[in-house]
Write a protein that binds this ligand. Structure first.
Ligand code: NAP
Length: 201
C-alpha cells in the first residue's frame, strides 16, 4: 500500500515552485511517490496564454526527469474536455486501488475546493494536503477546513511552512531574461521553451 501525492495544474510552464511543493510534501507526509497531472482544459480559468497540452506535458516530463519518485500522468490530457479532479481521482483509483492518495494543493485552490464539481467524491478518494504560500495563510486555511470542509467529510492535512514563491506568470513575462528567471525554472525546460518559441506574442 503506497502513499501517493497528486499535483494537478496547468503547469504553464512547470517551475521550481511546483517541484519544491512536491519535494516538501513528499518529505513531510512521507509519500512514496508524486504524480504530476497537467490539465487539458482547467475547469476554473481560461488562460489566453495557455500553450498546447502537448508542450505542457513535455515540459512536465523534462522537469521531473531527475527525480526518481516523481512521474507525470497524461490521464487528463487523454480524457480531454474539462479536467475535473473527481474524475481524475476516480480514474487513478481504478489503476491504483490500494494506494492512499494525497491531493496536494496550494492555498488559493484549497479555499475554493467546496465549489469544485462533486467535492464529496474528491474527499472520499483522497486526503487533501494544503500548503500555505506564506505564514498568514495558515490560519485562513485552518479556519476554512474547520468551518466548511470538515463538515463535508474532507480529510485534510495542513502543512505549516511556506515554499518558495514562484509564479508562472512572472516566468512567462520575463521569458527573454534568462538571468532573472534561471533560479526559478529547470534549465532543460527553459531550453524547450526557447526551442519551441513558447510564450512569445
Ligand atoms: P496551477 O496554477 O498550475 O498550480 C498548481 C498547484 O501548484 C496549485 O495548487 C498552486 O497553488 C500550486 N502552486 C503554484 N505555484 C506555486 C508556488 N510557487 N508555491 C507553492 N505552490 C504553488 O494549477 P491550478 O490552476 O491552480 O489548478 C490546480 C488543480 O486544481 C488542477 O488539477 C485543476 O484541474 C484542479 N481544479 C479542479 C477543479 C474542479 O475539479 N472543478 C476546479 C479548480 C481546480 P495555488 O492554489 O496557491 O495557486
Amino acid at each position: 500500500m503506497s502513499k501517493t501525492g497528486i499535483i494537478g495544474g496547468t503547469f504553464n510552464p512547470i517551475h521550481n515552485g511546483h517541484i519544491l511543493l512536491a519535494l516538501y510534501c513528499k518529505e513531510k507526509l512521507n509519500l512514496d511517490s508524486v504524480i504530476f497531472i497537467p490539465t487539458y482544459t482547467p475547469p476554473h480559468k481560461s488562460d489566453k496564454e495557455l500553450v498546447s497540452e502537448i508542450h505542457r506535458l513535455n515540459m512536465c516530463n523534462i522537469a521531473v526527469q531527475r527525480y526518481d519518485d516523481f512521474s507525470v500522468s497524461d490521464i487528463e490530457i487523454k480524457r480531454k474536455g474539462k479536467s475535473y479532479t473527481y474524475e481524475t481521482l476516480t480514474g487513478l483509483k481504478e489503476i491504483y486501488p490500494d494506494d492512499t492518495f494525497y491531493f496536494i494543493t496550494g492555498a488559493d485552490m484549497f479555499l475554493t475546493l467546496e465549489k469544485w464539481k462533486n467535492p464529496e467524491i474528491i474527499f472520499e478518494k483522497a486526503i487533501i494536503a494544503a500548503v500555505p504560500r506564506n505564514s498568514s495563510d495558515s490560519e485562513v486555511l485552518s479556519s476554512h477546513y474547520q468551518t466548511i470542509l470538515k463538515p463535508m467529510g474532507a480529510k485534510v492535512s495542513i502543512l505549516d511552512e511556506p515554499v518558495l514563491s514562484v509564479s508562472s506568470t512572472f516566468i512567462r513575462e520575463n521569458i527573454d531574461n534568462y538571468d532573472l528567471i534561471k533560479s526559478l525554472i529547470d534549465r532543460n525546460v527553459y531550453e524547450y521553451i526557447v526551442k519551441n518559441n513558447l510564450y512569445r506574442e
